[in-house]
Design a binder for this molecule. Structure first.
Ligand code: ASP
Ligand code: MG
Length: 408
């Protein structure tokens, strides 16, 4: 007997037929004698629609009300799946985040999980019931208002729940059957990775391989939760996210990731004196805007240009906040460009090998792709390019690093 958390993403619960299929999969695990808790996302597209409604009414909407709206998607699917399970003879009950409870901080729209009291769920599971838990949802410390964990947050819900329930496995069922060297929709010859380390997965997730949400991987690594990514449509083994030690042959580059979720912001002619960067990023942090790549030029004539990326969804907020400190900082102009893509090559093998970046720059140059910003970490090299070059860049790099699998 094992205790398993099964998580189903939006495409896996996109309509009633698929919800019936999910119920069948859950039933199989239960009948195999396992204790099962299920976490679901909203139906595919539902959260996007809810987010759009908020944005259309007001780009700077109240984040508490945003959570009130977007948390509804998962309320629908937990109820439907519980009904579908009961219909096939599996005892099941739905749970919203506040009912578990899944306690978070009060950063609405991107709350952090602070703790989960899994005792009641465990009691139910031991008695043979399947809890169907809403992904994405939590409740703030006062326990008065619903919070959400950020887009893609139901992966985090699943991993956090697996840790709290001391589950043997966290199976993430999705519309792909594993983790690939890159997005197979862009590169049909992308290969499935049998195993990938937490650290590589973290880089791949954070740079836009949309299979697993970043924070869920961070948490899995910290809590050593065994995560398996597999297809909800086919019966095939998936990819395992494991400890680095379990990977015998460490490739130089394991994968190419891309993200079109960022926007580039440039502050022109910022005074070049101590405290300016601190003030800029302090203001952004104060408004809960996450900053990713940052570059600053060597100062000339007492000023410098500062370029960084923020999530596209945070761009309006970033512009607003930076506009308000313009007088104080005395920069000349704020330029925003949402038409960018970040392309990254990732691999633990990079730690012990040189020349990875050169291969990347050469491959991009051969395609005539201009690099706007570069950043590196121990196991990753990322570049920012014009959004229109995304596919071309990913394909060129996949080939350049010898990742292409057999054709067909
Ligand atoms: N429904 C939420 C979203 O689309 C959470 C999730 O699916 O992971 O972001
Ligand atoms: Mg997802």
């Amino acid at each position: 007997m094992a205790r398993i958390v099964m998580k189903f993403g939006g495409t896996s619960v996109a309509d009633l037929d698929r919800i019936r299929t999910v119920a069948g999969r859950v039933k199989r695990e239960v009948e195999a004698g396992n204790q099962v808790a299920v976490v679901v996302s909203a139906m595919a597209g539902a959260t996007n629609q809810l987010v759009r409604w908020c944005q259309d009414l007001s780009p700077l909407h109240d984040a508490r009300e945003y959570d009130t709206v977007v948390a509804t998607g998962e309320q629908v699917t937990i109820g439907l799946l519980a009904i579908a399970l009961q219909a096939v003879g599996v005892e099941a009950r739905s749970w919203q985040g506040w009912q578990v409870p899944i306690l978070t901080d009060s950063a609405h729209g991107k709350a952090r999980v602070e703790g989960i009291d899994g005792s009641e769920l465990v009691r139910r599971m031991e008695a043979g019931q399947v809890p169907v838990v809403a992904g994405f949802q939590g409740v703030e410390p006062e326990r008065n208002r619903v919070t959400t964990l950020g887009r893609g947050g139901s992966d985090l819900s699943a991993v956090a729940l697996a840790a709290a329930l001391k589950a043997d496995r966290c199976d993430i069922y999705t519309d792909v059957d594993g983790i690939y060297t890159t997005d197979p929709r862009i590169v049909p010859r992308a290969r499935k990775l049998e195993r990938v380390s937490y650290e590589e997965m973290l880089e791949l997730a954070s740079v836009g391989a949309k299979v697993l949400q970043t924070r869920s991987v961070e948490l899995a690594m910290k809590q050593r939760v065994r995560v398996q990514v597999l297809s909800s449509f086919e019966d095939k083994p998936g990819s395992l996210v494991v400890d680095e030690d379990e990977i015998v042959e460490q490739p130089l580059v394991s994968g190419i990731a891309y993200s079109r979720d960022d926007a580039k912001v440039t502050l022109r002619r910022v005074p070049d004196r101590p405290g300016v960067a601190a003030r800029v990023f302090d203001a952004l942090a104060g408004a809960n805007v996450n900053v990713d790549m940052i570059v600053q030029n060597v100062g000339a004539d007492g000023t410098t240009d500062m370029t960084f990326t923020v999530g596209k969804a945070d761009l309006a907020r970033a512009q607003d906040v930076l506009g308000r400190v313009r007088e104080e900082l005395g920069y000349e102009a704020l330029l925003a460009d949402p038409e960018v893509a970040k392309i990254s090559v990732v691999g633990i093998g990079m730690r012990s090998h040189a020349g990875v970046a050169t291969t990347m720059f050469r491959a991009l140059a051969e395609k005539g792709i201009n690099i706007q910003v570069i950043s590196t970490s121990e196991i990753k090299v990322s570049v920012l390019v014009g959004a229109e070059y995304t596919e071309l860049a990913v394909r060129a790099l996949h080939t350049a690093y010898g990742l292409d699998g057999p054709a067909g």
